[in-house]
Design a protein around this ligand. Structure first.
Ligand code: NIG
Ligand code: FE
Length: 406
Protein backbone atom coordinates (compact mmCIF):
# COMPACT_ATOMS: atom_id res chain seq x y z
CA UNK A 1 0.00 0.00 0.00
CA UNK A 2 1.01 3.62 -0.59
CA UNK A 3 -0.06 6.25 1.92
CA UNK A 4 -0.12 9.94 1.01
CA UNK A 5 -0.45 12.01 4.17
CA UNK A 6 -0.29 15.65 5.17
CA UNK A 7 -2.34 16.72 2.14
CA UNK A 8 -3.24 20.42 2.59
CA UNK A 9 -6.35 19.94 0.48
CA UNK A 10 -7.63 17.07 -1.59
CA UNK A 11 -9.16 18.62 -4.72
CA UNK A 12 -11.48 17.07 -7.29
CA UNK A 13 -13.47 14.59 -5.21
CA UNK A 14 -16.34 13.21 -7.30
CA UNK A 15 -18.89 10.63 -6.11
CA UNK A 16 -18.71 7.18 -7.67
CA UNK A 17 -20.76 6.87 -10.87
CA UNK A 18 -20.59 10.56 -11.85
CA UNK A 19 -18.92 10.60 -15.27
CA UNK A 20 -19.16 14.28 -16.26
CA UNK A 21 -20.27 17.69 -14.97
CA UNK A 22 -22.75 19.96 -16.70
CA UNK A 23 -24.15 23.47 -16.20
CA UNK A 24 -23.95 24.72 -12.62
CA UNK A 25 -22.14 21.53 -11.51
CA UNK A 26 -19.15 22.77 -13.45
CA UNK A 27 -18.59 25.45 -10.83
CA UNK A 28 -18.34 22.91 -8.03
CA UNK A 29 -15.18 21.08 -7.01
CA UNK A 30 -15.30 18.57 -4.16
CA UNK A 31 -12.54 19.21 -1.62
CA UNK A 32 -11.34 18.01 1.77
CA UNK A 33 -8.82 19.90 3.89
CA UNK A 34 -6.02 18.16 5.88
CA UNK A 35 -6.42 14.79 4.29
CA UNK A 36 -4.76 11.44 3.64
CA UNK A 37 -5.20 9.09 0.69
CA UNK A 38 -4.26 5.43 0.30
CA UNK A 39 -3.39 3.59 -2.90
CA UNK A 40 -3.47 -0.13 -3.55
CA UNK A 41 -2.43 -1.75 -6.81
CA UNK A 42 -2.43 1.63 -8.50
CA UNK A 43 -6.00 2.48 -7.50
CA UNK A 44 -7.38 4.93 -4.95
CA UNK A 45 -8.37 2.77 -2.02
CA UNK A 46 -9.47 5.31 0.55
CA UNK A 47 -9.19 8.93 1.61
CA UNK A 48 -10.36 10.99 4.55
CA UNK A 49 -9.40 13.58 7.16
CA UNK A 50 -5.92 13.32 8.71
CA UNK A 51 -7.45 12.49 12.13
CA UNK A 52 -8.50 9.17 10.57
CA UNK A 53 -5.19 8.53 8.79
CA UNK A 54 -4.20 4.87 9.21
CA UNK A 55 -0.78 4.06 10.68
CA UNK A 56 1.47 2.65 7.97
CA UNK A 57 2.38 -1.03 8.23
CA UNK A 58 5.81 -2.42 7.51
CA UNK A 59 6.42 -2.38 3.76
CA UNK A 60 4.02 0.48 3.06
CA UNK A 61 5.40 3.44 1.12
CA UNK A 62 4.66 6.78 2.79
CA UNK A 63 4.53 9.98 0.75
CA UNK A 64 4.55 13.22 2.72
CA UNK A 65 2.53 15.88 0.87
CA UNK A 66 3.70 18.56 3.34
CA UNK A 67 0.61 20.69 2.92
CA UNK A 68 0.46 20.58 -0.90
CA UNK A 69 -2.77 19.93 -2.79
CA UNK A 70 -3.47 16.46 -4.14
CA UNK A 71 -5.52 16.53 -7.34
CA UNK A 72 -6.21 14.19 -10.26
CA UNK A 73 -3.75 14.45 -13.13
CA UNK A 74 -5.07 16.32 -16.16
CA UNK A 75 -6.72 14.37 -18.97
CA UNK A 76 -5.98 15.59 -22.48
CA UNK A 77 -8.76 14.38 -24.76
CA UNK A 78 -7.48 15.84 -28.06
CA UNK A 79 -3.89 15.64 -29.31
CA UNK A 80 -1.94 14.94 -32.47
CA UNK A 81 1.39 14.16 -30.78
CA UNK A 82 2.34 11.31 -33.12
CA UNK A 83 4.13 13.48 -35.67
CA UNK A 84 7.61 13.74 -37.13
CA UNK A 85 9.90 16.73 -36.78
CA UNK A 86 8.28 20.13 -36.52
CA UNK A 87 6.87 22.96 -38.65
CA UNK A 88 9.01 25.82 -37.38
CA UNK A 89 9.34 27.25 -40.90
CA UNK A 90 5.58 27.77 -41.05
CA UNK A 91 5.81 29.53 -37.73
CA UNK A 92 7.85 32.17 -39.52
CA UNK A 93 5.31 32.27 -42.38
CA UNK A 94 2.61 32.91 -39.80
CA UNK A 95 4.57 35.70 -38.18
CA UNK A 96 4.91 37.22 -41.64
CA UNK A 97 1.16 37.24 -42.06
CA UNK A 98 0.05 33.99 -43.73
CA UNK A 99 -3.05 32.38 -42.23
CA UNK A 100 -3.42 28.69 -41.32
CA UNK A 101 -5.67 28.25 -44.38
CA UNK A 102 -3.19 29.97 -46.70
CA UNK A 103 -0.33 27.78 -45.52
CA UNK A 104 -2.49 24.67 -46.03
CA UNK A 105 -3.61 25.85 -49.48
CA UNK A 106 0.05 26.18 -50.54
CA UNK A 107 0.61 22.51 -49.75
CA UNK A 108 2.11 23.17 -46.34
CA UNK A 109 0.36 22.43 -43.09
CA UNK A 110 -0.93 18.92 -42.56
CA UNK A 111 0.48 17.71 -45.91
CA UNK A 112 3.91 18.95 -44.91
CA UNK A 113 3.71 16.83 -41.73
CA UNK A 114 2.50 13.88 -43.82
CA UNK A 115 5.61 14.10 -46.04
CA UNK A 116 7.87 14.23 -42.98
CA UNK A 117 6.09 11.32 -41.35
CA UNK A 118 6.32 9.24 -44.50
CA UNK A 119 10.11 9.51 -44.56
CA UNK A 120 10.53 8.89 -40.82
CA UNK A 121 11.22 5.28 -39.72
CA UNK A 122 8.66 3.81 -37.33
CA UNK A 123 11.16 3.51 -34.47
CA UNK A 124 12.09 7.14 -34.78
CA UNK A 125 8.43 8.19 -34.83
CA UNK A 126 7.89 6.11 -31.70
CA UNK A 127 10.84 7.79 -29.97
CA UNK A 128 9.61 11.27 -30.87
CA UNK A 129 6.05 10.49 -29.73
CA UNK A 130 7.27 9.03 -26.42
CA UNK A 131 9.31 12.16 -25.79
CA UNK A 132 6.13 14.21 -26.06
CA UNK A 133 4.20 11.80 -23.83
CA UNK A 134 6.91 12.07 -21.17
CA UNK A 135 6.97 15.84 -21.47
CA UNK A 136 3.19 15.88 -20.91
CA UNK A 137 3.35 13.52 -17.93
CA UNK A 138 5.99 15.77 -16.33
CA UNK A 139 3.56 18.67 -16.72
CA UNK A 140 0.81 16.76 -14.94
CA UNK A 141 -1.15 14.94 -17.66
CA UNK A 142 -2.11 11.34 -16.93
CA UNK A 143 -4.37 10.43 -19.88
CA UNK A 144 -3.84 11.32 -23.53
CA UNK A 145 -5.94 10.78 -26.64
CA UNK A 146 -3.71 10.57 -29.72
CA UNK A 147 -4.96 10.90 -33.29
CA UNK A 148 -3.57 9.58 -36.53
CA UNK A 149 -4.00 11.84 -39.56
CA UNK A 150 -0.48 12.63 -40.71
CA UNK A 151 -0.32 9.42 -42.74
CA UNK A 152 -3.08 10.02 -45.31
CA UNK A 153 -2.27 6.73 -47.05
CA UNK A 154 -3.46 3.40 -45.69
CA UNK A 155 0.09 2.29 -45.01
CA UNK A 156 1.14 5.45 -43.19
CA UNK A 157 -2.08 5.72 -41.18
CA UNK A 158 -1.46 2.16 -39.98
CA UNK A 159 2.16 3.08 -39.21
CA UNK A 160 0.99 5.93 -36.98
CA UNK A 161 -1.59 3.81 -35.20
CA UNK A 162 0.94 1.02 -34.59
CA UNK A 163 3.26 3.58 -33.05
CA UNK A 164 0.39 4.78 -30.83
CA UNK A 165 -0.25 1.17 -29.79
CA UNK A 166 3.42 0.81 -28.82
CA UNK A 167 3.19 4.02 -26.82
CA UNK A 168 0.10 2.65 -25.07
CA UNK A 169 2.01 -0.48 -24.10
CA UNK A 170 5.01 1.38 -22.76
CA UNK A 171 3.74 4.32 -20.72
CA UNK A 172 1.89 4.49 -17.40
CA UNK A 173 -0.34 7.19 -18.92
CA UNK A 174 -3.76 6.06 -20.18
CA UNK A 175 -3.76 6.30 -23.98
CA UNK A 176 -6.69 6.26 -26.41
CA UNK A 177 -6.20 6.07 -30.18
CA UNK A 178 -8.30 7.89 -32.76
CA UNK A 179 -8.25 7.22 -36.50
CA UNK A 180 -8.21 10.57 -38.36
CA UNK A 181 -7.59 9.51 -41.94
CA UNK A 182 -9.89 12.38 -42.99
CA UNK A 183 -7.57 15.06 -41.63
CA UNK A 184 -6.75 16.29 -45.16
CA UNK A 185 -6.86 14.78 -48.64
CA UNK A 186 -3.64 12.84 -49.23
CA UNK A 187 -1.31 14.29 -51.89
CA UNK A 188 -1.88 11.43 -54.33
CA UNK A 189 -5.61 12.22 -54.29
CA UNK A 190 -5.31 15.96 -54.84
CA UNK A 191 -8.44 17.15 -56.68
CA UNK A 192 -10.11 13.77 -56.14
CA UNK A 193 -11.62 14.27 -52.71
CA UNK A 194 -14.52 11.87 -53.26
CA UNK A 195 -12.12 9.06 -54.14
CA UNK A 196 -10.08 9.85 -51.04
CA UNK A 197 -13.23 9.58 -48.88
CA UNK A 198 -13.93 6.22 -50.57
CA UNK A 199 -10.44 5.11 -49.63
CA UNK A 200 -10.97 6.18 -46.01
CA UNK A 201 -14.31 4.34 -45.80
CA UNK A 202 -13.55 1.24 -47.85
CA UNK A 203 -9.89 0.55 -47.18
CA UNK A 204 -8.51 2.49 -44.24
CA UNK A 205 -11.31 1.97 -41.71
CA UNK A 206 -11.59 -1.80 -42.30
CA UNK A 207 -7.78 -2.13 -42.05
CA UNK A 208 -7.63 -0.13 -38.82
CA UNK A 209 -10.49 -2.14 -37.34
CA UNK A 210 -9.01 -5.47 -38.43
CA UNK A 211 -5.92 -4.79 -36.33
CA UNK A 212 -7.95 -3.22 -33.49
CA UNK A 213 -5.78 -0.12 -33.69
CA UNK A 214 -8.27 2.62 -32.74
CA UNK A 215 -11.17 3.27 -30.41
CA UNK A 216 -12.42 6.40 -32.15
CA UNK A 217 -12.90 7.87 -35.63
CA UNK A 218 -12.48 11.58 -36.28
CA UNK A 219 -13.01 13.87 -39.30
CA UNK A 220 -11.77 17.42 -39.87
CA UNK A 221 -15.20 18.77 -40.84
CA UNK A 222 -14.43 22.33 -41.78
CA UNK A 223 -14.20 24.83 -44.61
CA UNK A 224 -11.55 23.70 -47.09
CA UNK A 225 -11.38 20.19 -45.57
CA UNK A 226 -14.33 17.74 -45.35
CA UNK A 227 -18.06 18.49 -45.76
CA UNK A 228 -20.82 17.38 -43.36
CA UNK A 229 -21.99 14.87 -46.01
CA UNK A 230 -18.52 13.34 -46.30
CA UNK A 231 -18.24 13.39 -42.54
CA UNK A 232 -21.51 11.47 -42.19
CA UNK A 233 -20.28 8.81 -44.62
CA UNK A 234 -17.03 8.36 -42.74
CA UNK A 235 -18.75 8.20 -39.34
CA UNK A 236 -21.16 5.57 -40.64
CA UNK A 237 -18.29 3.48 -41.94
CA UNK A 238 -16.50 3.90 -38.62
CA UNK A 239 -19.55 2.97 -36.55
CA UNK A 240 -20.00 -0.19 -38.64
CA UNK A 241 -16.52 -1.17 -37.51
CA UNK A 242 -17.06 -0.26 -33.87
CA UNK A 243 -15.31 3.13 -33.97
CA UNK A 244 -17.05 5.83 -31.92
CA UNK A 245 -17.07 9.33 -33.48
CA UNK A 246 -15.15 12.36 -32.21
CA UNK A 247 -15.27 15.38 -34.52
CA UNK A 248 -13.18 18.43 -35.46
CA UNK A 249 -15.72 21.14 -36.20
CA UNK A 250 -16.13 24.91 -36.43
CA UNK A 251 -12.47 25.84 -36.21
CA UNK A 252 -12.31 27.77 -39.47
CA UNK A 253 -16.02 28.29 -40.13
CA UNK A 254 -19.45 27.24 -38.85
CA UNK A 255 -19.21 23.93 -40.67
CA UNK A 256 -22.27 21.86 -39.79
CA UNK A 257 -19.92 19.37 -38.13
CA UNK A 258 -21.44 19.82 -34.69
CA UNK A 259 -24.85 18.76 -36.01
CA UNK A 260 -23.40 15.71 -37.78
CA UNK A 261 -21.43 14.76 -34.68
CA UNK A 262 -24.48 15.06 -32.43
CA UNK A 263 -26.61 13.04 -34.87
CA UNK A 264 -24.11 10.17 -34.93
CA UNK A 265 -23.67 10.12 -31.15
CA UNK A 266 -20.15 11.55 -31.10
CA UNK A 267 -18.40 11.32 -27.76
CA UNK A 268 -17.10 14.84 -28.33
CA UNK A 269 -17.20 17.68 -30.84
CA UNK A 270 -13.99 19.66 -30.72
CA UNK A 271 -12.67 23.15 -31.51
CA UNK A 272 -15.91 25.22 -31.64
CA UNK A 273 -14.05 28.50 -32.00
CA UNK A 274 -17.03 29.58 -34.10
CA UNK A 275 -20.45 28.72 -32.69
CA UNK A 276 -23.94 30.03 -33.28
CA UNK A 277 -26.85 29.38 -30.92
CA UNK A 278 -27.90 26.47 -33.15
CA UNK A 279 -24.81 24.46 -32.14
CA UNK A 280 -25.49 25.03 -28.46
CA UNK A 281 -29.14 23.99 -28.91
CA UNK A 282 -28.35 20.82 -30.83
CA UNK A 283 -25.99 19.61 -28.09
CA UNK A 284 -28.55 19.87 -25.27
CA UNK A 285 -29.54 16.50 -23.83
CA UNK A 286 -26.85 14.60 -25.78
CA UNK A 287 -23.99 12.38 -24.71
CA UNK A 288 -21.63 14.58 -26.77
CA UNK A 289 -19.09 16.66 -24.86
CA UNK A 290 -18.35 20.06 -26.41
CA UNK A 291 -14.56 20.42 -26.25
CA UNK A 292 -12.60 23.62 -26.71
CA UNK A 293 -8.93 23.96 -27.52
CA UNK A 294 -7.79 27.39 -26.33
CA UNK A 295 -4.15 26.58 -27.17
CA UNK A 296 -4.99 26.72 -30.89
CA UNK A 297 -6.99 29.94 -30.46
CA UNK A 298 -3.92 31.36 -28.72
CA UNK A 299 -1.43 30.16 -31.32
CA UNK A 300 -3.47 31.03 -34.42
CA UNK A 301 -5.04 34.21 -33.05
CA UNK A 302 -8.57 32.85 -33.47
CA UNK A 303 -11.63 33.55 -31.33
CA UNK A 304 -11.92 31.56 -28.11
CA UNK A 305 -15.02 29.38 -27.86
CA UNK A 306 -18.19 30.62 -26.12
CA UNK A 307 -17.55 28.42 -23.12
CA UNK A 308 -19.57 30.48 -20.65
CA UNK A 309 -22.67 30.34 -22.84
CA UNK A 310 -22.42 26.58 -23.20
CA UNK A 311 -22.27 26.30 -19.43
CA UNK A 312 -25.12 28.74 -18.77
CA UNK A 313 -27.21 26.71 -21.23
CA UNK A 314 -26.76 23.73 -18.92
CA UNK A 315 -24.05 21.97 -20.93
CA UNK A 316 -20.67 20.74 -19.80
CA UNK A 317 -17.48 21.59 -21.62
CA UNK A 318 -14.07 19.99 -21.76
CA UNK A 319 -10.74 21.64 -22.51
CA UNK A 320 -7.84 19.93 -24.26
CA UNK A 321 -4.45 20.96 -25.65
CA UNK A 322 -4.75 19.95 -29.35
CA UNK A 323 -0.94 19.45 -29.11
CA UNK A 324 0.17 19.36 -32.78
CA UNK A 325 2.87 20.95 -34.93
CA UNK A 326 0.60 23.32 -36.87
CA UNK A 327 -1.95 24.98 -34.63
CA UNK A 328 -0.95 24.26 -31.04
CA UNK A 329 2.64 23.16 -30.42
CA UNK A 330 2.16 22.68 -26.67
CA UNK A 331 0.71 19.95 -24.49
CA UNK A 332 0.70 21.96 -21.29
CA UNK A 333 -2.73 21.44 -19.72
CA UNK A 334 -1.99 23.89 -16.95
CA UNK A 335 -1.56 26.58 -19.60
CA UNK A 336 -4.83 25.38 -21.19
CA UNK A 337 -6.50 25.82 -17.80
CA UNK A 338 -4.99 29.30 -17.53
CA UNK A 339 -6.27 30.25 -21.00
CA UNK A 340 -9.69 28.91 -19.99
CA UNK A 341 -9.70 31.34 -17.06
CA UNK A 342 -7.96 34.33 -18.64
CA UNK A 343 -9.39 34.23 -22.15
CA UNK A 344 -12.68 32.36 -21.76
CA UNK A 345 -13.51 33.76 -18.32
CA UNK A 346 -14.08 30.37 -16.77
CA UNK A 347 -13.77 30.24 -13.00
CA UNK A 348 -10.80 28.16 -11.79
CA UNK A 349 -13.33 25.51 -10.69
CA UNK A 350 -14.97 25.37 -14.14
CA UNK A 351 -11.60 25.23 -15.86
CA UNK A 352 -10.41 22.51 -13.48
CA UNK A 353 -13.48 20.35 -14.16
CA UNK A 354 -13.05 20.97 -17.90
CA UNK A 355 -9.44 19.70 -17.73
CA UNK A 356 -10.09 16.68 -15.50
CA UNK A 357 -13.46 14.89 -15.18
CA UNK A 358 -14.97 16.34 -18.38
CA UNK A 359 -11.89 15.86 -20.55
CA UNK A 360 -11.70 12.31 -19.16
CA UNK A 361 -15.31 11.86 -20.31
CA UNK A 362 -14.48 13.29 -23.75
CA UNK A 363 -11.93 10.50 -24.25
CA UNK A 364 -14.06 7.78 -22.69
CA UNK A 365 -12.00 7.24 -19.54
CA UNK A 366 -13.95 9.08 -16.84
CA UNK A 367 -14.86 5.75 -15.23
CA UNK A 368 -11.18 5.31 -14.28
CA UNK A 369 -9.59 8.81 -14.46
CA UNK A 370 -10.27 12.48 -13.91
CA UNK A 371 -11.24 12.67 -10.23
CA UNK A 372 -10.52 11.62 -6.68
CA UNK A 373 -12.93 8.69 -6.42
CA UNK A 374 -12.41 5.36 -4.68
CA UNK A 375 -11.53 2.67 -7.21
CA UNK A 376 -10.25 5.07 -9.87
CA UNK A 377 -6.61 5.05 -10.96
CA UNK A 378 -4.41 6.87 -8.50
CA UNK A 379 -2.89 9.25 -11.05
CA UNK A 380 -2.33 12.29 -8.90
CA UNK A 381 -0.47 15.57 -8.82
CA UNK A 382 0.92 16.46 -5.42
CA UNK A 383 1.54 20.20 -5.58
CA UNK A 384 4.03 22.36 -3.80
CA UNK A 385 2.28 24.32 -1.06
CA UNK A 386 0.01 26.74 -3.00
CA UNK A 387 -2.60 29.06 -1.47
CA UNK A 388 -5.54 27.77 -3.54
CA UNK A 389 -6.69 25.94 -6.67
CA UNK A 390 -6.92 29.37 -8.35
CA UNK A 391 -3.17 29.87 -7.90
CA UNK A 392 -2.50 27.13 -10.47
CA UNK A 393 -3.96 28.98 -13.51
CA UNK A 394 -3.19 32.41 -12.02
CA UNK A 395 0.60 32.13 -11.59
CA UNK A 396 0.69 29.83 -14.57
CA UNK A 397 4.45 29.85 -15.08
CA UNK A 398 5.42 29.24 -11.46
CA UNK A 399 6.40 25.58 -10.98
CA UNK A 400 3.62 23.93 -9.00
CA UNK A 401 4.19 20.19 -9.18
CA UNK A 402 6.07 18.60 -6.34
CA UNK A 403 5.49 15.02 -7.43
CA UNK A 404 3.33 13.11 -9.87
CA UNK A 405 2.02 9.70 -8.88
CA UNK A 406 1.03 7.82 -12.01
O1 NIG B 1 -6.76 20.35 -34.50
N1 NIG B 1 -7.63 21.22 -37.24
C1 NIG B 1 -7.08 20.21 -37.66
N2 NIG B 1 -6.08 19.59 -37.11
C2 NIG B 1 -5.20 20.16 -36.17
C3 NIG B 1 -4.08 20.87 -36.82
C4 NIG B 1 -3.22 19.94 -37.50
C5 NIG B 1 -2.02 20.54 -38.13
O2 NIG B 1 -2.01 21.71 -38.52
O3 NIG B 1 -1.05 19.80 -38.21
C6 NIG B 1 -5.98 20.97 -35.19
O4 NIG B 1 -5.83 22.19 -35.09
FE1 FE C 1 -7.01 18.76 -33.61
Amino acid sequence: MKLVRGIGELVGIVPEGVLRKQGAEMGEVGTLKDAFLTIEEGLIKDFGPMQECPAPSAGDEVIEAEGGLAMPMFCDSHTHICYAGSRDREFIDKINGLSYEEIAARGGGILNSADLLHSTPEDDLYRQTMERVNEMIAKGTGAIEIKSGYGLTTEDELKMLRVIRRVKESTPAVIKATFLGAHAVGRAYSGRQKEYVDLVCQEMIPAVAAEGLAEYVDVFCDEGFFTPQETARILEAGLKHGLVPKIHANELAVSGGVQVGAEYGALSVDHLERTTDAEIDVLKGRRTMPTMLPGSSFFLGMPYGRAKEYISSGLGIALASDYNPGSSPSGDMRFVMALGCIKMRLTPEQAFNACTINSAYAMGVSDVMGSITKGKRASLIITRPVPSLAFIPYCHQTPFIRENII
